[in-house]
Design a protein around this ligand. Structure first.
Ligand code: DAH
Length: 348
């Protein structure tokens, strides 16, 4: 073994030892420059090969190549070790820094009222049903016995897709549903009676936003169809709901009203929970709060979905959730619910 070969082997073991002590990417780079850089040890040793006697050249050249490969391999190995241990930045990790905060969120007041309402009706045997927010005119109006001249159908009141001429009267025209009632139609079209469903969801109307109106809001629809269903059943179910939601002392009354899809139709009121029925600002002095629109399913609706009105009867109701949330949490402006202001939302 000649001098150069000895030097080469020493370089290899020196590289191995120093790499074993390298702890970060900067030190590794420094070492790389020292061994492999343009003015580093290995190029210097390579240059010495020219001075080796001709007969020694093949053996020395071989050693040189082996040592080069070994060193390159050692560097590569160290580099991937450091990367695996944290991007080679292990030194910059400050374990005393506080962790990143991920505050736990909570439910929006509307979602809470919706969940609670659903839970109350599920305990009475209702099943949750769902329908699309993007409806068509037939499901939202025609099937629900709403005549073409009904004011709620005009484009001033309802959001239509692809409005052209009077295609807003075309049963297939797309709309944003104005109520959750079309879910009644979808469910009855897809199953035989008996039906006992509630459908929570979002609705849309062309209202100018103010303290009590938004262009989008939430409703919960209820539908019960079976043999011999009566208005007394409806009142019983809504009374139970009101007592569960607002407290045992709450009273419920039905007032005559009109909806195209029910006959007879009623408004259901709960005694005001703020003043216990005495009359206050929230109930506008009447002592009562509107709870839901409701009624006995109109036989015309049964015919539209292929049910026999001689055979079955049913009740339906629809209630707004925003109002319930506002009363429940004493919120005086509906817009607060949608501004996404955390200072407001954190209070619930
Ligand atoms: N869809 C009605 C509305 O948005 C509410 C309603 C009234 C729903 C009576 C019903 C019902 O199911 O029977 O004003």
């Amino acid at each position: 073994m000649n001098e150069l070969q000895k030097e080469l082997l020493e370089a290899a073991s020196s590289a191995e030892m120093q790499l074993a002590e390298t702890r970060d990417a900067n030190a590794l780079e420094e070492l790389r420059v020292r061994f492999l850089g343009r003015k580093g040890l290995l190029p210097a040793l390579t240059a010495k090969l020219g001075k080796v006697p001709v007969e020694d050249k093949p053996a020395t050249g071989k050693t040189l190549n082996q040592v080069k490969n070994t060193i390159l391999q050692l560097f590569e190995q160290k580099s991937s070790e450091l990367q695996a241990a944290g991007g080679g930045k292990t030194q910059s990790l400050d374990v005393s820094l506080p962790g990143r905060q991920r505050p736990l969120g909570h439910k929006h007041p509307i979602t809470r009222v919706m969940d609670e309402t659903v839970a109350i009706f599920r305990r009475m045997g209702f099943v949750v049903a769902d329908g699309p927010d993007i409806e068509d005119v037939w499901h939202n109006f025609d099937a629900l016995n709403t005549p073409p001249e009904h004011p709620s159908r005009t484009p001033e009141d309802t959001f239509y897709f692809g409005l052209q001429g009077d295609n807003w009267l075309n049963p297939e025209t797309g709309i944003l549903r104005t109520q959750t009632s079309p879910v009644q139609i979808r469910v009855m079209k897809s199953q035989k009676p008996p039906v006992r469903i509630i459908c929570p969801g979002r609705c849309y109307r062309r209202d100018t936003p103010d303290a009590t109106h938004g262009m989008s809001f939430h409703q919960i629809e209820g539908l019960y169809v079976d043999k011999n269903v009566s208005l007394a059943d409806l009142k019983g179910v809504l009374t139970h709901y009101a007592k569960e939601m607002f407290g045992k002392q709450v009273k419920v009354r039905l007032r005559p009203h009109y909806f195209p899809f029910t006959e007879p139709s009623v408004e259901c009121d709960a005694s005001c929970i703020i003043c216990a029925g005495k009359g206050c600002r929230v109930c506008k002095g009447s002592g009562w709060l509107e709870l839901a629109g409701a009624g006995m399913v109109n036989p015309a609706v049964f015919e539209n979905v292929g049910y026999d009105p001689e055979e079955v009867s049913g009740y339906a109701f629809g209630m707004g959730l925003e109002r319930t949330a506002m009363i429940r949490y004493a919120i005086n402006d509906l817009r607060l619910l949608y501004e996404n202001d955390l200072r407001f939302l954190h209070q619930f």
